[in-house]
Design a protein around this ligand. Sequence first.
Ligand code: ATP
Ligand code: MG
Length: 561
Amino acid sequence: MAEPKDMKTNGVAAESEAPAAANNFIHNMIDRDLEQQVYGTRVHTRFPPEPNGYLHIGHAKSICLNFTTAQKYGGKCNLRYDDTNPVKEDVEYVDSIEADIRWLGFEWDNLLHASSYFDKMYECAVELIKKGKAYVCDLSAEQIKEYRGTLKEPGKESPWRNRSIEENLALFEDMKAGKYGDGEKVLRAKIDMASPNINMRDPVIYRIAHIAHHNTGDKWCIYPMYDFAHPIEDAIEGITHSLCTLEFEDHRPLYDWVLAELAWPNPPRQIEFAKLNITNTIMGKRYLKALVENGEMESWDDPRMPTIAGMRRRGYTPAAIRDFCERVGVAKSNSLVDIGLLEHCVREDLKAQVESRNVVLDPLKVVITNYPEEQTELMDMENNRENEAMGGRKVPFSKELWIERDDFMEVPVKKYFRLFPGNEVRFKGAYFLTCNEVIKDADGNVVELRCTYDPETRSGSGFEGRKVKGTIHWVDAKTAEKITVRQYGYLAIPDENGDNVLNPQSLVVKEAYAEPSMKEAKPGDRYQFFRHGYYIADEKLSTEEHKVFNQIVGLKSSWKK
Ligand code: ATP
Ligand code: MG
């Protein structure tokens, strides 16, 4: 059946193939390491989240990269909580992180906590002091900043830089024993205050914080800084390739310095890749947390959120997200990925596997004046045009129907082939109908269309008497299932200055009519709503009596290669 031009079709508009994954420079480096037997035949990666929020699509990128890299080389991937900051670890976050990684389709080889290495880190710090490579400094945080210099000027050495090893050992032990208050003293690496790389200008490696830790309780009042802790964590776990985002590139010399000074055999290699940024959304746990806390979003798994939990509830599939991460590939420079590519991946994954249903989102009543009062016919509908094996179903048709309000125009514009007074259109899978009369309320709003049908034109009867240009879908009014549909706009849109702001139209709730088979929809079931897009029965809001659907993605793509 040839579809008319102005109809949003069931099929996806022809989309050119998405770009193949960028040549993976990380795998090229690993290949070289394997060739040179740097780590023998081992490849061991890790995903190291801080348990301070829900994971988002940016983390999905890192998860896919770390786990698939391990898979590709028959290696291992650890899940490591990067919990060296003594802030309260939230069980909710920990549980969500594990659920999200598993949902994406990955399983870690080891589940570890960076905080369980505090003893070893302390020993490492003592070792540096003993080598004359670390010292206790009494400068305040502001002074340290002041002494650090700038990109153009070298820094100034701390007056405490040349304390004796014995004094440093004693002071560091006193720091550990709780003799000083927060910020009174720090331990610094003794590197080079004139280094062109500011990270190498005697960075702080231990600080005092009288805060209990969720894992170690009150045992410690000194905590290691990220740049000192991370290489040691990786080294302890036997990580071979430590993949991190680009902002750590300038920290790599320090990462390497720490392990070299500790004479760590076979130290891991840090490799940086560009962070994933996507248009029309908001990323960063800090911002997402604020959206939840200030009530802009209903929860961390609000279907508008770019969190893995939000995308899951929205109806995105793990396969689509993995495909997206693969297509984006890894890059050495930051870029902004069109959110349309993510939607394209979702559509591609769903189009051949979900069944189609008729749903009217903006209902307008149609009465077929020449249709028998008590009659109901069961019309054959295919479940999926792209996949014949998915069979078909029977859909009731009777005298009163619902159609989309915008499938009617009282005064049609040019090239409008759908319903208008005097025009005949195909009611998909049923009959040809002609609109004869328009009923309005006292305010002049159209409330009902009176139509006639031609019994000769029944779908599947082989009728070839004449053609019509428009085809529309419909729902039988007598048996319709009332459902709630949540239509989503982008989370963020550019304002007049081009800055991303929250989209006030990110959620539009509609009361809609669906064909009666929708009574059977279970939470989590996905469908294509014919001519509208893909939808999922919401897991939280749907009840046995009343189904609530989330729009997953529309049919048409705005995404261009
Ligand atoms: P956020 O800024 O959203 O809080 P984060 O980097 O602070 O993110 P972590 O929990 O520290 O979050 O990150 C865990 C891992 O995820 C790190 O290895 C980090 O580099 C990676 N990661 C975080 N955001 C992105 C992103 N947008 N693209 C790719 N990887 C990311
Ligand atoms: Mg962080």
